[in-house]
Design a protein around this ligand. Structure first.
Ligand code: GLA
Length: 786
């Protein structure tokens, strides 16, 4: 009886899934169903499965089951085609197909525009071995290739077994479909080492998330030497182009493009956090054929704030470009005990047939709808004032109150006190680690300042740098063993600070407790979580030697855990992640923080390039932008209006020293803040169209279109004009051709004076502006009237 049930279950499993009725499958084929039912229950199950099988075969027993409750046909996002052993993952406009080849290995089949039917799809076939040097394994696009057999490309998994075997060959074991989730279980051909490949489809965002979980079902420790989240393949061919982001402190997220040549191009971090230098995002287009508005673009991003790696590999002879991503295997080792699992970071991928602009909008939608705190309806970000550039470490109650008064006058909603309020923190040489309020600067604690700020109808926020300690601190004097270190080796300082070993549970608990105390005692609704150096000498002498390299991963997991616990305990808390500006920007931290500090370079002209690169993967609402003082540290001066209009392309913040502002400055700032409040919903939740790039033109133009299409806002920023050349015409996008829009201008720089214009006029005739000289700027709002 039990044998029959199993056979029947598998039969139903395949057939039912092929008909898209995976709902029933879930109920009937959970892995736990191995437990033997008995008596009547067993018979009932058999009958029910027969019923399912008949229905799945097309017998019209209950056709309504294939439809949703509102009668609409349900298009399942994931289908299994048993005849061809293919899984088809579908989003609104894309298809992603994997299947089993003759070796029972999982192979990539297709990723691109949505296929209108399954007709042409064939079962996955291994590539033909051309020579003994180009093996079948290496030439076939294995969906999750382990290092073993004759596989020579970048592996997704490399292990050493306790008996010294370092060969791993993964084949199909089982699968399960649950709504938009697909789990494919792979198993080594000999040992009890399993890999659970977890796919999540985001139909509306045209994106898929991959994540792998390694499971040790052997009886001995398996040492993982490389654990990747997976591989994204583009169609075979030559001439692809890679877009990625690089930079430095004070110059993050610079978009760079280059051809993909045979060999490997690696972008990575070995610094313990995401890094300013490279960001875990890529986009690939065919031969540079794509631009902002058209062309095929494949893109992906990792959600991990520690050591990560993306390997862009072009392997001849088939010229197959693939991007493998996951934990950086540099200095990596993870002993996995019997019964344990190890999970890789989420690795997102998407496809756009409408250029880089659409690729970005899909990422932005994913972040807002699926990733960031409060999704799918994250709250609007308030206008912020941060006193850092006004006061640096020189904070005290009276000074902060004076700034708060002025910030409130211009309409600021969130007042943040930055570095300098705690311990013996008078400069960057002391105090980190001592999270008690400095009694000289705040003799009555923070409460009087916070209630003052709240009385001005502003929220209050506070700066922390939890992972760090100055050697000149009470914490370090008490716990010198709490920092990352190798015994008898130097402890390298950067900005006079050392890095706490956040992988240690006692350190984690201390930091959680210290922050929790300050948050519990005060009405703090926002923290800026900073990290002002990278990890070095990552030793963990107290851990067994074999486990010491786990520090890289455990460090980040514990940082995540602290943030998650703080948020759970303080539900009103919002968080900005900062690492000397934009050193920690990725989809992992963005699951748990509301925004990030884009850069310490707050100068408006530099910021245009930083903002543009940032916006390729990250929604503008995730980036905090400050209006600073001029001349900036780079010596450049721009008008207050220009600085405001640049900073509005994200979350608007101010850091200028308000004590130095004139009455005119206050009046302009108030007007600008009001203007931003009128359009911020569109900027923060709408679609971004990059109409003119600071890399390619004198003019930077960004347009945001509200989700409901009722409002659009345009920013036109001209850093410099030469030869009195008129600023280029700006052609709007994303509007309704037939709709009418009332155009409200911020100033009188608009040449087309009509009050109401059609979508087709705005998009095809375009708008022209009188922009002259240096650092001129303007903005218009379009309100749909018909
Ligand atoms: C980093 C941050 C700044 C500021 C300082 C304080 O550099 O990026 O915004 O908070 O630390 O020390």
């Amino acid at each position: 009886m039990s044998l029959k049930i199993k056979v029947l279950t598998r039969f139903c499993h395949d057939v039912v899934e092929s008909k898209g009725l995976s709902l029933f499958l879930e109920v009937e084929t959970t892995p736990d169903s191995a437990a033997e039912p008995s008596g009547l229950a067993q018979i009932m199950r058999v009958v029910f499965r027969l019923f399912l099988a008949m229905m799945a075969l097309g017998l019209p027993l209950m056709p309504a089951l294939a439809a949703s409750s509102n009668g609409q046909a349900v298009e399942p996002a994931i289908r299994f085609l048993p005849d061809r052993k293919l899984w088809v993952l579908e989003t609104a406009r894309t298809s992603y197909v994997v299947g089993l080849n003759e070796e029972n290995a999982l192979q990539h089949v297709y990723w691109g525009e949505r296929l209108s039917s399954d007709q042409g799809l064939q079962a996955a076939h291994t590539a033909r071995e051309v020579t003994s040097f180009d093996s079948t394994e290496t030439m076939s696009n294995n969906e999750y290739p382990a290092w073993g057999g004759t596989y020579y490309n970048e592996p997704s998994l490399k292990v050493t077994l306790a008996n010294g075997v370092r060969d791993l060959v993964l084949t199909y074991d089982s699968h399960e479909i649950r709504g938009d989730d697909l789990l494919i279980r792979l198993k080594d051909i000999r040992y009890g080492l399993f890999v659970n490949l977890d796919y999540k489809v985001f139909p509306a965002e045209d994106m898929i998330r991959k994540q792998a979980q390694v499971e040790n079902r052997t009886t001995q420790i398996v040492t993982i030497e490389s654990a990747q989240s997976g591989v994204w393949y583009v169609p075979p061919g030559q001439g692809y182009r890679l877009s990625y982001l690089n930079g430095r402190w004070g110059g993050e997220t610079q978009l760079t493009r280059q051809p993909i040549f045979p060999g490997k191009f690696v972008i990575e971090s070995r610094r313990g956090n995401t890094s300013h230098q490279l960001n875990p995002w890529f986009a690939i287009d065919a031969g540079g054929e794509a631009d902002e508005h058209q062309g095929r673009v494949w893109f992906g991003a990792l959600g991990w704030s520690g050591n990560w790696k993306l390997v862009v590999e072009d392997t001849p002879p088939a010229h197959q470009v693939r991007v493998t991503g996951g934990y950086n295997d540099f200095d990596f080792s993870w002993p996995l005990a019997p019964g344990e699992t190890f999970t890789t970071p989420p690795y997102y991928g998407g496809f756009s047939a409408s250029g880089f602009g659409e690729a970005s909008r899909l990422m932005h939608r994913l972040e807002r709808d699926q990733i960031m705190p409060g999704h799918p309806h994250p709250a609007l970000r308030p206008v912020l004032y941060n006193s850092w550039e006004a006061t640096t470490f020189n904070v005290n109650e009276a000074g902060q109150k004076a700034l708060a008064d002025k910030a409130a006058r211009v309409g600021v909603e969130l007042f943040v006190m930055d570095d300098g309020w705690f311990g013996q923190r008078n400069d960057d040489r002391a105090g980190l680690g001592d999270w008690y309020v400095n009694p000289k600067k705040f003799p009555n604690g923070l409460k009087p300042l916070i209630s003052y700020v709240n009385g001005l109808h502003m929220h209050f926020g506070l700066w922390f740098e939890p992972e760090m300690v100055n050697p000149n601190s009470d914490l370090y004097r008490k716990h010198p063993d709490w920092v990352l270190n190798f015994p008898d080796r130097p402890r390298s300082e950067a900005r006079h600070q050392l890095v706490l070993n956040m992988a240690r549970d006692d350190v984690k608990e201390y930091i959680f407790g210290a922050l929790d105390k300050v948050l519990s005692e005060n009405n703090i609704e926002y923290i800026k979580w900073d990290m002002n150096r990278h990890l070095s000498e990552p030793g963990w002498p107290e851990a067994p030697v074999a486990e010491q390299k786990e520090v890289w991963v455990k460090y980040v997991r514990n940082v995540y855990e602290i943030i998650d616990r703080l948020r759970a305990k303080h539900p009103n808390l919002t968080i900005e992640a900062c690492s000397g500006g934009g050193g920690r920007i990725d989809l992992g931290i963005l699951e748990r923080v509301d925004e990030v500090h884009v850069s310490d370079d707050t100068e408006a002209f530099d910021r245009l390039r930083i903002q543009e690169g940032f916006s390729f993967p990250y929604a503008p609402r995730l980036g905090m932008d400050w209006v600073n003082d001029v001349p900036s540290t780079n010596g450049r001066s721009t008008s207050l209006k220009f600085r405001f209009l640049v900073a509005m392309n994200g979350v608007l913040g101010i850091t200028a020293n308000l004590n130095k502002w004139s009455q005119d400055d206050f009046a302009l700032a108030k007007q600008m803040v009001d203007y931003y409040k009128g359009v911020r919903e569109t900027i923060q939740n709408g679609d971004l169209y990059r109409l003119s790039s600071p890399r390619e033109s004198d003019l930077t133009a960004n347009e945001y279109v509200a989700a409901d299409g009722k409002q659009a806002v345009l920013f036109a920023l001209l850093p410099s004009q030469q030869f009195e050349r008129p600023a280029p015409t700006i052609y709007l996008r994303g509007l309704d051709e037939n709709a009418q829009y009332r155009v409200k201008a911020l100033d009188n720089k608009r040449r087309e004076r009509a009050e109401v214009m059609s979508g087709s006029f705005l998009m095809h005739h375009g708008l022209n502006f009188e922009l002259t000289g240096d650092f001129d700027s303007t903005s218009v709002v379009l309100e749909r009237v018909l």
